[in-house]
Design a protein around this ligand. Structure first.
Ligand code: ADP
Ligand code: MG
Length: 625
């Protein structure tokens, strides 16, 4: 024997201790969910062994068929969940039950506030899996033997910072999770209670579950696959609990799609859209979480081509009889059958979303807020095949409404003479609503869409137009708002501009030199004195900022400084142009106004020291009581 027979003590990863602490102190009102978590893990372990045994048949020698056994030991106050699945090696026990591997999880745990109410709410959406056993047990033993290995190991812990691992005995591959129940948790020694809990949460699990007390054995579920049953035989609770099982989730499914395709290709899909956005939705490694089955036998949860990446919020299963039985991962890639299933499912999901958007627009907004940014990637992926559907499903914040609007609503509200869909991009909705560049639009009553997702900068150039109307940035290029017949609430008029405006602009250009691309009179401004815009044909300012953040661009591009010709300050400066000795003051003013425009844009001033000095000097000259 190469391994030490003696027990080894190890400490939990800090995040696990944190989680266990919360598990011990706050907790769900329904403690019974621990059983669902253990059964779910046992069923996963069976799926994994079934899958590995396809390529390593020697692994499948244990006592098949797959089975989950719950054993009640009243005298010793123990409840054990056993399976004959894949099992865990010593290292796997340490890693899987001592650290948190799920992506996004440790970032999430670091983000916990310490305010137990808020934290509980977060955890409620997220689930604690195996660790939920410590809600009802003051010690948990896990005896496990990995398929293909000779030795078993026992992991043991009271959930207080440490656990131990030691060599152990087990006849065959699989895992026993034994809970030493807390004094007040007697109810889980009652067969009646266990039956009830299994029926409530785990009836759909596609592995048979058996209850044992002494020599008594009772079968607790039928072990058949829920997705193969007719819809009429499935209750809403069963759908919901199956979602929680496959998705490892704690929230409610926002949408359930149970769909059977018959004809040239056959498949059954049970797909779910979650209510809350998963923590890792925008992690570059994130894929959809839909499992692929072949006639109820689990194949893989890694069939990349089964659904588009922009539907990676979906959870659930797809079962098809049409794949060869020992299909390899390589074969699964670019498999023509899978691409047919993929387009069938994509269309189905889009049409279900459209139906929901129509039938229940308020509820649809909640989906859009969670997953819209993801769905919009589909506007430029898949060669634009789903573009038309996704544009109809898209919702936008807008200057015309507190509620997100559709593109069709925007088009309906367009003013006479308006030929573009105006947009403005930024990270913060409140800041966008207050943008100086929107003043001219507001004065004319022209609606502008407020775009806050980074992905907006990528789909808009790809899509270009909607119903023949071009998307046009409100912060780029010269604006010709004059030709739009709007409401005319104080829009600047050329004749109100001071006579010396041209001279002022020339002077500003000279003073600012290379710092700006151009200086010109603005048609956008009514209240503010200045703003920055991108030159026609240049990158929009938001996109440029994004590219710089991602190091795709190293230098800031030059911007156009626009002056409001009817603003009192601009008028005053214009009047000064011809005056003796004014040029030094005007030069300072040019720099100050440029920095002011940068600040309004949420960008830093170029040279804070110079800015402070100029501002100080200007105040000194101007302050009086
Ligand atoms: P999750 O199931 O979401 O991954 P859990 O906390 O429930 O998270 O389980 C953590 C990990 O421990 C699982 O991913 C799995 O690798 C391992 N595990 C738990 N129970 C078993 C089991 N009965 N058999 C094999 N592995 C298991
Ligand atoms: Mg689990």
């Amino acid at each position: 024997m190469t391994e030490t027979a003696t027990e080894e003590k190890l400490t939990f990863q800090a995040e696990v201790s944190r989680l266990l602490d919360i598990v011990a102190h706050s907790l769900y009102s329904e403690k019974e969910i621990f059983l669902r978590e253990l059964i779910s893990n046992a069923a996963d372990a069976c799926d994994r062994l079934r899958y590995e045994a396809q390529t390593r048949p020697e692994l499948a020698t244990s006592d098949q068929p797959f089975k989950i056994t719950l054993t009640i030991d009243k005298p010793n106050r123990q409840l054990t969940a056993s399976d004959n699945g894949i099992g865990m090696s010593r290292d796997e026990l340490v890693k899987n039950l001592g650290t948190i591997a799920r992506s996004g999880t440790s970032a999430f745990l670091k983000g916990l506030t310490g305010d137990s109410k808020k934290d509980l709410n977060l955890i409620g959406q997220f689930g604690v899996g195996f660790y939920s056993a410590f809600m009802v047990a003051d010690r948990v033993d896990v005896t496990s033997r990995r398929a293909g290995e000779e030795h078993a190991h026992r992991w043991s812990s009271d959930g207080k910072g440490e656990f131990s691992v030691a060599l152990a005995e087990r006849d065959a591959a699989g895992t026993d999770v034994t809970l030493h129940l807390k004094a007040e948790e007697d109810e889980f020694l009652s067969d009646y209670r266990i039956k009830e809990v299994v029926r409530r949460y785990s009836d759909h699990v596609p592995v048979p579950i058996e209850l044992r007390i002494g020599s008594d054995k009772t079968s607790l579920n039928d072990g058949s696959a829920l997705w193969q049953k007719p819809k009429s035989e499935i209750t809403e609770t069963q759908y919901k609990e199956f979602y929680r099982h496959v998705a490892h989730a704690m929230d409610e499914p926002w949408l359930t799609i149970h769909h059977r395709a018959e004809g040239t290709i056959e498949y059954t899909a049970l797909l779910y859209v979650p209510t809350s956005r998963p923590l890792d939705l925008f992690n570059p490694d994130r894929r959809h979480r839909v499992k692929l089955y072949l006639k109820r036998v689990f194949i893989t949860d890694d069939a990349k081509d089964l659904l588009p990446a922009w539907m990676r919020f979906l959870q659930g299963v797809v079962d098809t009889p049409d794949l060869p039985l020992n299909v390899s991962r390589e074969l699964l890639q670019k498999n023509p059958l899978l691409s047919k299933i993929r387009s069938g499912l994509t269309r189905k999901v889009l049409s279900e979303l459209a139906r929901k958007a129509k039938d229940d627009p308020e509820v649809y907004i909640a989906f859009w807020e969670s997953f819209g940014a993801c769905l919009k990637e589909g506007l430029y992926e898949d060669k634009g095949e789903y573009r038309a559907d996704i544009l109809k499903l898209s919702r936008f914040h807008s200057t015309a409404s507190d509620k997100p609007v559709t593109l069709d609503e925007y088009i309906q509200r367009m003013k006479e003479g308006q030929d573009a869909i105006y947009t403005i991009s930024g990270d913060d909705l409140q800041a966008l609503r207050a943008s100086p560049q929107l003043e001219g639009f507001a004065a004319k009553g022209v609606e502008v869409l407020l775009l806050t997702d980074a992905v907006d900068e990528f789909w808009m150039p790809a899509v270009g137009t909607y119903e023949g109307k071009a998307f046009k940035s409100a912060t780029r290029g010269a604006l010709d708002l004059d030709k739009i017949k709007g409401e005319e609430k104080g829009t600047p008029k050329a004749e109100d501009a001071p006579a010396e405006l041209g001279a002022l602009i020339a002077l500003f250009k000279l003073a600012l030199g290379d710092e700006v691309k151009d200086v010109r009179a603005s048609a956008r401004l009514t209240d503010s004195a200045v703003c920055l815009v991108a030159g026609e044909g240049d990158l929009d300012m938001r996109l440029e900022r994004l590219l710089r953040q991602h190091k795709q661009l190293d230098k800031a591009m030059k911007r156009v400084l626009e002056l409001n010709p009817t603003h009192p300050l601009v008028k005053r400066l214009a009047e000064m142009t011809g005056k003796e000795g004014a040029s030094a003051v005007l030069e300072e003013a040019a720099h100050l106004l440029l920095d002011q425009a940068r600040l309004l844009e949420g960008e830093p001033v170029a040279d804070p020291r110079a800015f402070a000095k100029r501002l100080g000097a200007m105040m000194e000259r101007g302050l009086a009581v």
